[in-house]
Design a protein around this ligand. Sequence first.
Ligand code: DOR
Ligand code: ZN
Length: 431
Amino acid sequence: MTDTLIKGADLLGRGRADVLIRDGRIAETGSLSAPGARVVDADGLVLLPGLVDLHTHLREPGREDAETVYTGTRAAAKGGYTAVCAMANSYPVADTAGVVEQVAALGRAAGYADVQPIGAVSVGLEGKRLAEIGAMAHSAAAVRMFSDDGHCVWDPVLMRRALEYVKTFGGLVAQHAEEPRLTEGAQMNEGAVSAELGLPGWPAVAEEAIIARDVLLAEYTGARVHFCHVSTARSVDIIREAKARGANVTAEVCPHHLLLTDESARTYDPVYKVNPPLRRDADVAVLRAALAEGVIDAVATDHAPHAPQDKDCEWAAARPGMLGLETALSISVLALGGPTEVDWDLLAERTSRTPARIAGLDAHGRDPEPGAEANLTLVDPAASWTVVPADLASLSRNTPYAGMTLPVTVQATFLRGRATVLNGTIAEEIQ
Ligand code: DOR
Ligand code: ZN
């Protein structure tokens, strides 16, 4: 592989430098010339560690009509990601070593982003019996994170046993916090808008009650719990208090919960249906502040592609979930103050370094320094773009941002020094 010289990039907003990539790693930074190297002109661009997503639904195996590992990781690369954690709610469920190894192998074959499978906590996501957690941990996929996402690990005994199990090898449980009895039939956030629209509500307390319980279980077992898609102000309070006591918990927020509210449901457009649902303005404000402060550790997309027949229908029949990978960086920049105000180092912390640490992906989330694997993203802070669903790399089209103009474009993404995206275009062959 020829060397690559990234010329004149602003390294995480700290100042300009050249970066030389050789054999998949960063060889040197500074004021460099490298005869024979491919030169990437990065004048005016910001260089970040490649983004890492803790929460991606790649839909393969089983729903290849919505997304595949290939299309999903191309969408990831386009969005500036170099690694994604693939959720377990595929068909069959990723509850055995065989399935997680298959997903990891598909990721390697595609070559657009590292794919770290997440294993199911329970067999078939049914919440009854523990899945083969040990076999998945010891498989070639080396699973560390376990989640029944889409469903809450509701049974406190099952949750306790899962925590005790993952603790033995330094793993963690990523909880989709939703008390199921409190959300039966729920269609949107419970509040003034749901009352007006006559849609059954999903009350904030259904999330908060499980987070509170699992904070206690994390403290009791000493195991690690990660909270998926935190969506309410009160959840943030509970997590803040838990961290102050030293509980071993982390939390993510999704881009859509940082921007959109339950007011969107007035359109009755199912593109806005998501689980947990879009909340109130006051929640958005608290989530943004908590992300900046670090009570919320990371941005995670909950990229949830759905086939047309599952979304282009009436609200109540539609599946919950929306695309996220190709728009997450832009929305994160917006949520952290906009392209001229954003602290790039903080953005890198929340979208790359911390998620890499939570997932145990040691080669990712590394600053561009000599010796580090060249997993990098080059962004143009001055170039905005308009979201055109037909232009997305994802196989699905369910983006809530269609027609919106968003700040910041991804100019290039490098995975171990290979350009998966260059000049804003996905590489058809990774070289
Ligand atoms: O909106 C959601 N969609 N929330 C989830 O928890 C699951 C996800 C999916 O798989 O579509
Ligand atoms: Zn979920």
